[in-house]
Design a protein around this ligand. Structure first.
Ligand code: GLA
Length: 738
């Protein structure tokens, strides 16, 4: 039983104990209905609660007396902090009420415990495969003055250390109310003894791991760009001091949303920490008419008692099994070639066929035609929105090129960027009001393009029709769905002025609805998301599209860091990685082919270079890597990931090399990869202790034939002696032999 409810306790309180295999999350309903947070951490079987309350400030008299009129909420851990009364910390919710205040006094109203997990209407979220997997608590609170109901949802996973939270607000006041802020999760930790981990960066250097100590005041990450963003990923972890890759408590939070978000940590004068995560209140409010409900998206909360590594594996398993959907969820992903870095906009059908010939020889399975195949799209300044094949470039259109690929035994995929329109396009001429723009102002361009207003159903209906036509015009097996600018000029001509603060969120609802319709209509298509690389790498996207282009930066060394940050949360199966040419197009760096290949093999694998320029020998070598990946891909995509080096744990060693391993779920097969980052003369030897093997088994090194016991490999390690620039990357394949 994941959720235990104990009512009418001696002290007059009631307690909800939310238990996962290794964690407990405790909520106490106090006399008078105030809902207090009592803890989240290692699993306990029962809760006395005797020591749980802090009694300074204006005093709380518990457990033997509870004086509601002489009470400060400021020092009492809250389950969902409100504003306007005596909690002075940042609130989780703010609602403008008809009396002109934002004061909310939320008290326990009722609750329901159900097996399974209800869907969040219109929103992506994790789902249960059966009712035994999860139990859900719906804890309904009501304001003491207005008929405003706030229901806090907690889905508690039976076999995973995961609790998923979301919030629903219902207005029964008889008039309208305005939601100005609604966090999906809020946790009051009793101490501030944490380090905060965030994944921050920019285009081309996404999701770098930053860890800093919590101090008094606010530390926050957010996006105001209308997307989950390159700059900050909607993820935060609080690490107990001293936590490492394999030890210590870690609390991970990930927001299942692709738009503006806020994740903030506030340390107060009592050294308590309030963490909250939800839709960014920036440029957001929602008018809720009477009897209407608003659902705020889900936050996934992961607890690990064994450091960051275990946290990552818990996220990976949950996302692979209970977030991704569709035919491609568990299917090994094909090796692709993408023509972007091979040709950019300069191609015709002959050039593509030549590239396909080399790619086929190199072991590729699917050909992706990137940007430039439609309308007048000879560069990135025009034609977005004109989704009609340019037959000057592609004689015979898509059916011809698909048949050419088929002849070569390759499947075919195509690039689209449906959410955008170029001012120089037929679509813009026909519907200038379809883009986001503020009447009377010149909208800001980025990459010479504007964003369509996906809060409008006429726009999403049009996109559904147009994309459906393309996807059914030929045998399309894969779609790369791009998104290449931030959201500005946030205004929809379809909405009244009082609803304009809803546009950014309505856009996301429109996008999710469009994606849902398309993936349902084309279940066989493998969709890969992209946003100038990894600008929208978030769990909400993974609900629709099981893989995402990790970064436009394909340089192997840059990728080692980007991919390490990405897989801190997201599974290798979701992370699209390509081998590209040297010198690298983004960094001008030269790296050996082995390093590029082994780095790309950390996720779903492919190529993005002009193979027609390679020698026969080089193609043969690439073909070997493709063959190797075909053997490894099940383990990499669907196995367990262990970091043997955490790039972010600053010590002398770690910046010089990276190492990780993938182990199949049955522990039968393992791949160890080591990659030298900083070349040195007479580099010191490296001893890597392996992880995640079957303790009692022996393993055979498939290259040398040597046999080792797992204990030897894990407790004594493998020696790498010749790691220098010319030998910058090595892989060891291990197979269980008994
Ligand atoms: C974005 C993508 C690239 C490529 C180009 C095409 O930058 O991230 O992979 O598809 O668009 O214009």
């Amino acid at each position: 039983m994941g959720i235990i409810f104990e009512k009418n306790r001696k002290d007059g309180t009631a307690v909800f104990l939310l238990n996962t295999p290794n964690s407990s999350y405790i909520i106490t309903v106090l006399n008078g209905g105030i809902v207090s947070h009592s803890g989240w951490g290692r699993r306990v079987e029962k809760w006395s609660g005797n020591s749980a309350l802090w009694k300074i400030d204006r005093g709380i008299n518990l457990p033997d007396g509870f004086d509601l009129h002489n009470l400060s909420l400021d020092t009492l851990p809250q389950e969902y902090g409100t504003s306007g009364l005596s909690d002075f910390r940042p609130s989780a919710v703010e609602i403008s009420l008809s009396d002109g205040t934002k004061a909310l006094d939320l008290r326990y109203d009722s609750h329901q415990i159900q097996n399974g997990k209800p869907q969040l209407e219109g929103l992506p979220a994790t789902y249960a495969l059966n009712d035994k997997e999860v139990q859900t608590l719906a804890l309904k609170l009501k304001d003491t003055l207005f008929d405003v109901y706030v229901t806090l949802f907690y889905s508690v996973w039976e076999q995973r250390d995961v609790i998923c939270r979301w919030v629903e607000i219902e207005n029964k006041t008889g008039g309208s109310i305005k939601i100005e802020k609604v966090m999906s999760a809020c946790v009051d930790f009793a101490s501030s003894d944490f380090n905060m981990l965030q994944l921050s960066g920019a285009w081309g250097r996404e999701r770098k791991v930053y860890i800093k100590e919590l101090v008094h005041g606010t530390q926050s990450i957010e996006s105001r760009r209308g997307s989950s963003s390159h700059q900050q990923n909607p993820f935060t972890a609080l690490l107990s001091k001293g936590a490492t890759e394999d030890t210590g408590e870690v609390f991970g939070f990930n927001f299942v949303y692709s738009g503006n978000f806020l994740a903030r940590t506030d340390v107060d004068f009592t050294e308590s920490t309030r963490f909250s995560m939800g839709i960014n209140p920036y440029n957001f409010s929602w008018n809720l008419k009477t009897l209407d409900k608003f659902v705020a998206p889900e936050v996934v909360m992961v607890y690990s008692k064994d450091g960051l590594g275990q946290m990552s594996r818990t996220f990976h398993d949950l996302y692979r099994e209970n977030l991704c959907r569709g035919e491609w969820k568990d299917k090994p992903r094909p090796i692709v070639i993408n023509n972007w870095e091979a040709t950019y906009f300069d191609f015709d059908e002959k050039k593509l066929c030549n590239l396909a010939d080399s790619a086929k020889e190199a072991g590729v399975e699917l050909f992706v035609l990137d940007d430039g195949w439609f309308g007048n799209r000879f560069d990135d300044k025009r034609a977005l929105g004109d989704w009609v094949v340019n037959t000057e470039k592609l004689k015979g259109g898509l059916p011809y090129i698909v048949s050419e690929m088929k002849k070569r035994g390759l499947k075919f995929g195509i690039w689209v960027e449906p959410e955008m329109v170029s001012p120089e396009s037929n679509l813009y001429k026909a519907h200038p009001d379809w883009c986001l723009h503020i009447p009377g102002r010149e909208p800001y361009l980025a990459r010479t393009q504007l964003m369509l207003d996906l809060s409008r159903t006429d726009v999403t209906d049009y996109l559904f029709e147009t994309l459906s036509n393309i996807f059914s015009s030929a045998e399309i097996s894969y779609v790369k769905w791009d998104f290449n600018r931030s959201m500005t000029d946030v205004y929809s001509v379809k909405l009244d002025s009082e609803n304009q603060q809803e546009v950014a969120h309505r856009y996301l609802l429109g996008l999710y609805n469009l994606m849902e319709r398309l993936i349902s209509k084309f279940p066989h298509i493998l969709f890969e998301a992209c946003a100038s690389g990894g600008g929208r790498f978030d769990p909400a996207i993974l609900y629709y599209m099981p893989q995402i282009w990790t970064s436009d930066n394909t340089d192997a060394l840059s990728r080692i860091s980007i991919q390490a940050g990405t897989t801190l949360v997201y599974p290798p199966s979701s992370m699209s990685c390509h081998v590209s040419a040297v010198p690298n197009h983004q960094t001008a760096r030269q790296t050996p082919l082995a390093q590029r290949a082994f780095t790309a093999m950390a996720g779903t694998y492919g190529y993005e270079l002009d193979m027609t320029k390679l020698s026969k020998d080089e193609i043969a070598q690439i073909a070997e890597y493709s063959e190797l990946y075909k053997k490894l891909r099940n383990v990499v995509q669907f196995g367990n990931l262990y970091r043997l080096v955490s790039l972010w744990e600053k010590s002398d060693k770690v910046e010089k090399y990276a190492a990780w391993m993938n182990v199949s779920k049955d522990k039968h097969f393992a791949v160890v990869t080591i990659s030298w980052i900083y070349a040195e003369a007479l580099a010191p030897k490296i001893v890597l202790r392996l992880k995640g093997l079957d303790e009692n088994a022996d393993y055979k090194d498939l290259k040398t034939g040597n046999i080792y016991s797992a204990k030897e490999l894990m407790h004594y390690g493998i020696l790498f002696a010749n790691m220098w620039a010319g030998n910058a990357s090595e892989q060891i394949l291990l197979e269980k032999v008994n």
